[in-house]
Each structure stands twice: as structure tokens, then as C-alpha cells.
Design a protein. Structure first.
Ligand code: HAM
Length: 426
């Protein structure tokens, strides 16, 4: 029987270089922004007791319909993480760190969704959470951090949308008002939204179906049910954003797909992308989550932003592209390979990105590899160079320049000084 041709499962992707170079730089840049703001990296297991995720949002599609759940060999009921926040809060409850506790993460997330462009079954999130403070300035801090990060990537066509979900009691009151209002108009809603009108009235406001949106345009507003405390929290957040000259729109329909939010919610939408998948990052405050997961009450706020979607937005805006080259020097050795072996090691130890061919290939084949590598410089050792203990240095991307002979002992210093002039553009 022929062996099967295995492929990555539907909704998942392999990311190879040079595309993966962008991931590497993206994560490094995010680490720089979060570290500068006092966040520490948090690593948690990719799977948790399924209860961690169920308690976070039993009513949401993410938990009810999309989770990858399984029983391990010890009979434990586990699930792969569909998002990052629940694990952070579980770790917070377990370790009791000093508050406010600021954690950042980069993690794969798993959701059994209908896969399409920008929507995957395994996606990757960069995220930040602050636990242990209800100060609205913390909300402002995470929003501004994410926006500054997008700006550092060169993204310009990004809209910030915010809303207040109020406090639990405000929302409970409002949900009943909305449920009654929607029930009176069930027949006017799109078929697929009718069940939610009963189960999760607020999610109907977030429906992308035009028929439903037309009906809900005149629905009662959560803003009218907010308590004084909720209004004052939201005012402080808006004042903070205004003080930073950050444009934003308040959208009452922004309810988000997870249950745990109260007070502030926000999303960044990339207008260069199709509306269905244009949310590149979102988050908000979740003051009841630590308690729902069995811990002491502790307020929290944070965000998650999908790497794949950020990069799609970068592509659409023509920014943060893959680097043209990953190698500075390609060593070509036609004397058997031992010279190349030692030279690349020497160069790498000096901090130069260096590579070579293997398998004693012909000069022509090695030069082809050198060209493909995108290297700036070629360092060639043939029988003549070897006999005279030298090497020939050549610009690979500018063929008009002369090849120069350098002493074997001067290779590293000569190359370092040559690259000094070009490295910024490499
Ligand atoms: P979320 O909105 O479900 O929030 O996901 C955050 C981001 O992950 C989205 O804005 C999007 O960029 C990306 N994303 C989500 N699902 C997919 C998918 N199937 N394919 C590609 N990208 C996707 C959360 O997960 C919350 N934990 C955010 C948060 C943190 N709230 C407070 N703290």
C-alpha cells in the first residue's frame, strides 16, 4: 500500500522562512513593548482541566461548540486552550503573585471554526493581562500599548472601537429588557439569530447579518442601564484615550464573543481587511473571572491579538514585509568543504550571519545557492586561495564591483567592516 500523503489538518498552516522571520520579529517587538511596560512573560500549559474554560464562558460558541476537548490516559477531561486569558487567571489563582500582576504571552489557540482566510482552527495570539487593579488607567494602559505596537509595525489603517458592558447587575437588568424587546420582533430577525435572542440576547446585537442589524439599530441601549460607577469608569477610560490623542468610536454593539467582560471592551479593526475578519485585536475588563475560576475576587483587564491577522493587515498595507535576506555571507568552497566548515563557524562566532553549501557541489551549483540565499557577500575559496592561505571576497548583489583577495587571517575583520556599511539595509 502506498504511504499516505500527510498534510497539515484543515484550518492549520505551516509557516516557513522567510514568512516565519516576520513572526520572529513580531514576537520580539511585542516582547520589547510589553517588557518596557513592566509585563513579565507567562508560560502556561497548552491544555487545562476543561473546567477552566467552561467556567470562563459556558454560554459562548468558543466554549460550547469549538473546543478541542479530550480525555487523557488517566481519565482527566482536558481541553486545548481556545484563548489565553483563562489560563492566565488560573495561574494567578494558583500562585498568588503580588498585585498588580502584569503578564504577557504568545500562544497557539485552538477553535474548531469554519476555516477561511483569517480564521483558523489553530491561530496564535499575543496577549497581555493586568490582574489585581480596577483602576481605569489600567484599561487605558493596555489599549495604548496595543495601539503603539501596531504603529511600530507601520500599520495606519486601524480603527479603535470601545464600549462599556457595565457591571454584572447593570447587564442583568439590561439583558431582560433586551430579551423582551427582541422576543416581540423574533419574526423580523435573521433565522440564525433567533435562538440567540432567547439564550444570549446581547450577542444578537453583534450579529453581522444585515436583516438583524436593521432591526437592532433601534434596540434599547446598554448605556441607558449603566450604574453611576460604570459610567464614571467609562468616562475615565475615554478621558485617558483623549489625553493621548487616540481616536476611538464608542459602539454599543461591541459585545465581543466571550462572556467574562464587564466595564470596558475594545477592538482594533484593520480597515484594509474584509470586515468579517478585520478584528486584529480585542480585549477588555473581566473583574469577575478570578472568582469564577475558584479564586479570591480580583479585577483584571487585557487583550489578545491574532498574529495571522496582524500580518494580513500588514500585507494589505504593504508594511512589515519579510526581510530580503537572512544571510550576510555565503562561503563557497571548491576544495572539499573543510574551509567552508571552519570559515562559517568563525564568522558566526563573530556575529555574522553565514552559510554554505554541503555535499561538495560544483562551483556553479554553490554560486547558485549563494545567489538564492540573498547574501550580500560571497567568500570564495578555490585551490589557488587555499594554497596562498587567502579567500576571494565578492559583492553578490552588485556584480560590477571587483573581487578582492584577502588574507585568511583578515577574513572576519574585513567582512565585519564591509557589513558595517551595509548591515542596516540587510
Ligand atoms: P478574541 O477576540 O476571541 O479574544 O481573540 C483575540 C484575537 O485573536 C482576535 O481579535 C483575532 O485577532 C484573533 N483570533 C481569534 N480567533 C481567531 C481565529 N479563529 N483565527 C485567527 N485569528 C483569531 C480573546 O481571545 C480574549 N482572550 C482577549 C482578551 C484578553 N480579553 C481580555 N484579555
Amino acid at each position: 500500500m502506498p504511504s499516505p500523503k500527510f498534510q497539515a489538518p484543515p484550518g492549520t498552516r505551516d509557516v516557513l522562512a522567510p514568512e516565519s522571520d516576520r513572526w520572529q520579529r513580531l514576537v520580539a517587538l511585542f516582547a520589547e513593548h510589553t517588557t518596557r511596560a513592566g509585563f513579565g512573560l507567562l508560560q502556561t500549559p497548552l491544555f487545562e482541566d476543561i473546567g477552566v474554560f467552561q467556567r470562563m464562558g459556558e454560554g459562548t460558541d468558543v466554549v460550547r461548540k469549538e473546543m478541542y476537548e479530550f480525555e487523557d490516559r488517566g481519565g482527566r477531561h482536558l481541553a486545548l486552550r481556545p484563548e489565553g486569558t483563562a489560563s492566565v487567571v488560573r495561574a494567578f489563582n494558583q500562585h498568588h503573585p503580588i498585585t498588580p500582576w502584569k503578564a504577557w504571552y504568545v500562544t497557539p489557540c485552538f477553535r474548531y471554526e469554519k476555516s477561511q482566510a483569517g480564521r483558523y482552527r489553530q491561530h496564535h495570539q499575543l496577549g497581555c493581562e493586568i490582574l489585581g487593579t480596577s483602576d481605569p488607567d489600567a484599561d487605558v494602559e493596555v489599549v495604548v500599548l496595543l495601539r503603539d505596537f501596531y504603529q511600530a509595525l507601520g500599520l495606519q489603517r486601524i480603527d479603535l472601537v470601545i464600549n462599556s458592558m457595565g457591571m454584572v447587575d447593570d447587564r442583568q437588568r439590561y439583558i431582560e429588557v433586551l430579551r423582551t424587546w427582541l422576543t416581540e420582533r423574533l419574526g423580523d430577525l435573521a433565522d440564525d439569530d433567533r435562538e440567540n435572542a432567547r439564550r444570549h440576547p446581547m450577542r444578537v446585537l453583534d450579529s453581522k447579518r444585515r436583516q438583524t442589524r436593521e432591526v437592532t439599530a433601534s434596540a434599547p441601549k446598554l448605556a441607558d442601564s449603566l450604574s453611576d460607577d460604570a459610567v464614571s469608569h467609562f468616562d475615565r477610560v475615554q478621558a485617558g484615550l483623549a489625553a493621548q490623542d487616540i481616536p476611538f468610536v464608542v459602539d454599543q454593539r461591541l459585545v465581543r464573543g466571550l462572556d467574562y467582560y464587564n466595564h470596558t471592551t475594545f477592538e482594533f479593526q484593520a480597515t484594509a481587511l474584509e470586515a468579517a475578519q478585520n478584528t486584529i485585536g480585542g480585549g477588555g475588563r473581566y473583574d469577575g473571572l478570578a472568582e469564577s475560576l475558584g479564586g479570591k475576587p480580583a479585577p483584571g483587564v487585557g487583550f489578545g491579538s491574532g498574529i495571522e491577522r496582524i500580518l494580513l493587515a500588514c500585507d494589505a498595507e504593504g508594511t512589515f514585509g519579510a526581510p530580503e535576506t537572512r544571510i550576510d555571507v555565503f562561503v563557497v568552497d571548491t576544495t572539499g568543504g573543510a574551509e567552508a566548515r571552519d570559515l562559517v563557524i568563525e564568522l558566526r562566532r563573530a556575529g555574522v550571519r553565514a552559510d554554505r553549501s554541503f555535499d561538495g557541489r560544483s562551483m556553479k551549483a554553490q554560486m547558485k545557492n549563494a545567489d538564492r540565499s540573498g547574501a550580500t557577500l560571497g567568500l570564495i575559496v578555490g585551490p589557488e586561495e587555499r594554497a596562498s592561505s587567502s579567500a576571494a571576497l565578492r559583492e553578490l548583489r552588485n556584480r560590477d564591483t571587483e573581487q578582492v583577495a584577502i588574507d585568511r587571517g583578515d577574513v572576519v575583520t574585513t567582512i565585519l567592516s564591509r557589513l558595517g556599511a551595509t548591515r542596516d539595509t540587510v
